[in-house]
Design a binder for this molecule. Structure first.
Ligand code: FAD
Length: 502
């Protein structure tokens, strides 16, 4: 392979992906690498991507990012989960929250005891046994000792890129403003040698990270790496996004509201709310989608609705020769479970673990690609679950979701849960048992059986077991401050309007 030492890193693109990658590489190896990031203000970024999952907390800890500073700089609020309204059927809602529900026995997950309790009229809603879920509904939040509360953030994507830019420049990253007009490759090896800018400058490098968004300028257009299209499982291919003024206190969870041919997000920040609708152009046109969105927002509109087109897909190889694609250039899954920013953090962490300092080896490339494929495929299955397991029959869109043939890997999980109540997490898979159970129950999939170990408990013992968990959670939540009060004392952002008025 290419035995050239890797010293010059060129990151193409300065959206969330570009700057997360720059932050991570510069923090860890900035002292020995020359890192450049090229971005074009004229082209801009996709401008969405504001709901995250708890892995971002871990990513920031790896980089020693001060959470209070980050949250104040990005208008961030806390997030404890996602509320799914009308997904199971119209009028039926549930929350997929972070954290764990109840207490497992080593032989059987908590759901088996809950199922037994339900059969004997001793159990209440499944969600009552999850701290993060109960706190979401009560609109309360606080950091708890020993990471007792699992959380993530809602953040302003544009401000996050700016925050990470300041961070990365502090560790030596050089930002270059300009439009990439040509990718120059070596005639023999096919490796990328330099990127030509509209100014005529050539930016040379040893390793190139393609963060150019859906364009995939390096990996797709120059290296001709195609993608696997998942549109037959995930029908949505369009989104409309807009921002509104806040009309009340921010809730600590993302809202995902299903409509006839798609769904809508609502992401509350300190200063405003991010809104959008994700839909399938096969079933609804842009105007209908816009009217649906406009009919379901609260507060004054701050920005015009913008259409974004996408394809649910995965790059066949995210690492090819001396180019690695991250962010939207590497593939895309719609944001119902807020997984894209997570995948960026995973991609750059994986690169740091197999950094090809002394030259690029095919074995590193193969391992990296295999892990990336595997990771996104599990997330893909989890997302398809939300569409396929539904009782909705009110539109051609939902009927098609119910009737489609799903991946065998997902079908097996659904069958196993339906027939036995069991869920097993594949090692290193993002979504743990708690997530699968919450979403399967939330979508209306009720197991036909439970583990017999739950039958060994008498009524009194089972009632005490369930009641103690529920009471402990209710007591903890009652002692928490409101989410708004906590944000204000922990990470209040400067008042943007007042700052602009000065
Ligand atoms: C509708 C929608 C909603 C989403 N919601 C979420 C969410 O809630 N949570 C989540 O985790 N993710 C979400 N995502 C995904 C998230 O937006 C992206 O993962 C994230 O913003 C990273 O984007 P990016 O940096 O790869 O691309 P972009 O933001 O598009 O950045 C591309 C960069 O490349 C530069 N560039 C492109 N071409 C050139 C060129 N020729 N020369 C120079 N520079 C160039 C651009 O200027 C820009 O700086 C959402 C995506 C969509 C479409």
């Amino acid at each position: 392979m290419n035995q050239k030492r890797i010293r010059r890193i060129v990151i193409a693109g300065g959206g969330t992906a570009g700057w997360m990658v720059a932050a991570c590489i510069s923090k860890i190896m900035g002292k020995i690498l020359d890192i450049k990031l090229i971005e074009s203000d004229e082209i801009g970024t996709v401008g969405v991507g504001e709901a995250t999952i708890p892995t971002l907390v871990a990513f920031h800890r790896l980089l020693d990012i001060n959470e209070q500073e980050f949250m104040a700089a990005t208008q961030a609020t806390f997030k404890l989960g996602i509320g799914f309204d009308n997904w199971r059927d119209r009028g039926l809602n549930y929350i997929h929250s972070f954290g764990i529900t109840g207490t497992d026995h080593w032989t059987a997950g908590f759901q088996h005891f809950w199922l037994k309790g339900r059969e004997r009229n001793l159990a209440s809603d499944y969600g009552d046994y999850c701290l993060e879920l109960v706190a979401s509904l009560a609109n309360r939040f606080a950091h708890l000792p020993r990471d007792g509360m699992n959380y993530a953030f809602h953040l302003d994507a544009g401000l996050y890129a700016k925050f990470l830019r300041r961070f990365s420049e502090g560790y030596g990253v050089k930002r270059i403003e300009g439009k990439i007009v040509e990718v120059k490759t070596n005639a023999e090896s096919g490796y990328i040698e330099s990127l030509r800018l509209d100014s005529g400058n050539d930016i040379e490098g040893d390793l190139f990270i393609d963060c150019t968004g859906f364009r995939g300028l390096l990996i797709g257009q120059a290296l001709k790496i195609g993608y696997d299209d998942w549109s037959h499982w995930l029908f949505n291919d369009s989104a409309l996004a807009l921002q509104t003024e806040s009309v009340g206190e921010p809730v600590p969870y993302t809202r995902s509201i299903a409509h006839e041919s798609g769904w809508q997000w609502r992401i509350p920040l300190q200063s405003r709310v991010g809104n959008g609708i994700v839909y399938s152009s096969r079933y609804i046109d842009d105007e209908q989608a816009k009217q649906t969105l406009l009919g379901n927002i609260q507060g004054k509109i701050l920005t015009e609705p913008r259409v974004i087109r996408f394809k649910p897909c995965q790059r066949q190889q995210v690492w090819s020769k001396n180019c690695i694609a991250m962010g939207l250039a590497s593939g895309f899954l719609e944001p119902i479970e807020s997984t894209s920013i997570h995948l960026i953090s995973r991609a750059v962490s994986r690169l740091m673990q197999s950094f090809p300092s002394e030259g690029i080896q095919q074995s590193d490339i193969d391992e990296y690609n295999e892990r990336s494929n595997w990771e996104i495929q599990h997330i893909r299955d989890f997302i398809i679950l939300h569409y396929h397991v539904t009782q909705r029959q009110d539109s051609p869109y939902w009927r098609a979701c119910r009737e489609m043939k799903i991946p065998a890997s997902l079908q097996h999980r659904i069958d196993l849960f339906r027939e036995t109540g069991r869920v097993f997490r594949v090692p290193n898979e993002l979504f743990a048992e708690n997530s699968w159970v919450q979403v399967m129950l939330g979508q209306g999939l009720m197991p036909e059986q439970h583990h017999q170990v739950a039958d060994l408990m008498g009524d009194a013992e089972l009632a005490n077991f369930l009641g103690t968990i529920k009471a402990r959670i209710a007591k903890t939540v009652a002692q928490l401050p409101s989410h708004q009060a906590y944000v204000e004392q922990y990470c209040k952002a400067p008042d943007m309007n007042a700052a602009m008025a000065k």
